[in-house]
Design a protein around this ligand. Structure first.
Ligand code: ZN
Length: 133
């Protein structure tokens, strides 16, 4: 695994959170993108070599809406950059980790992604992401 690619934060309103984070980080978001398969709108901030992804649900039954209902707004996942998402999925599966999708999915910001269940990582949802060339 290469580095922390981004940190995902669940928010109720991406519009409100964009303003907050622009103020906080001193930069504007560089991208807003909807990911229909995940039922989210995302927005990205570049912070030095790292990124922050804000996630807003587009559906009251979506995973982000459910997350906020249960835990409130806040840290949702940590994404780790990998060269070969399929190889890492295989390695983690064999090591006993629970993958939340069996095939890589297309995520925001031009990535192939796979989520790893937080029960195997001390309560933190992890996202593997491979840049699509
Ligand atoms: Zn993410």
């Amino acid at each position: 695994m290469k580095k922390i690619e981004h940190i995902g934060i669940a928010v109720k309103s991406i519009e409100v959170a964009n303003e907050t984070y622009a103020k906080l980080l001193g930069v504007q978001h560089y991208k807003i993108e909807s990911v229909e398969s995940e039922k989210v709108n995302t927005s990205f901030f570049q912070v030095g070599p790292n990124k922050i992804e804000l996630l807003e649900s587009t559906d009251p039954d979506g995973v982000i809406a459910k997350f906020i209902e249960k835990k409130g707004e806040g840290l949702h996942h940590i994404a780790i950059a990998v060269d070969d998402v399929r190889a890492e999925m295989k390695r983690l599966h064999e090591a006993g980790f629970t993958l939340l999708n069996q095939e890589p999915k297309r995520g925001a910001d031009n990535k192939l992604i796979c989520f790893v269940h937080p029960k195997n990582s001390h309560g933190v949802l992890l996202e593997l992401c491979q840049e699509i060339k």
